[in-house]
Ligand binder design. Sequence first.
Ligand code: FES
Length: 105
Amino acid sequence: MIVCSCNVISRTDIEEVIVDFLNADEWQLITPGKVYQAMNARGKCCGCFPGVIDIIVETTQRYHALMQSPEPRVVDLLNRIADQRLRLENANKRSAAKRQSNMVA
Ligand code: FES
């Protein structure tokens, strides 16, 4: 299934990169930008980024369940990812408001 239509990136492509990152350091914070950079791609419209964050969360949860990682550390990591999602949503709202005010002016 294609997740990013701008770069034609599939869910499987994204999951593989995330697992590679987790294998290198299972506690690192993985961002959509980091994932795309690893694939020599970059966000163009960035409309896929919320979905990519969801895939990061799901893949990270699955990974740590398989590794039987200590739950408090997993919860902390998932909270850091949730903060990242909130920052992205706020940035999107600010951009939309700015575009709207530019259209009015
Ligand atoms: S849909 Fe992914 S950057 Fe546009």
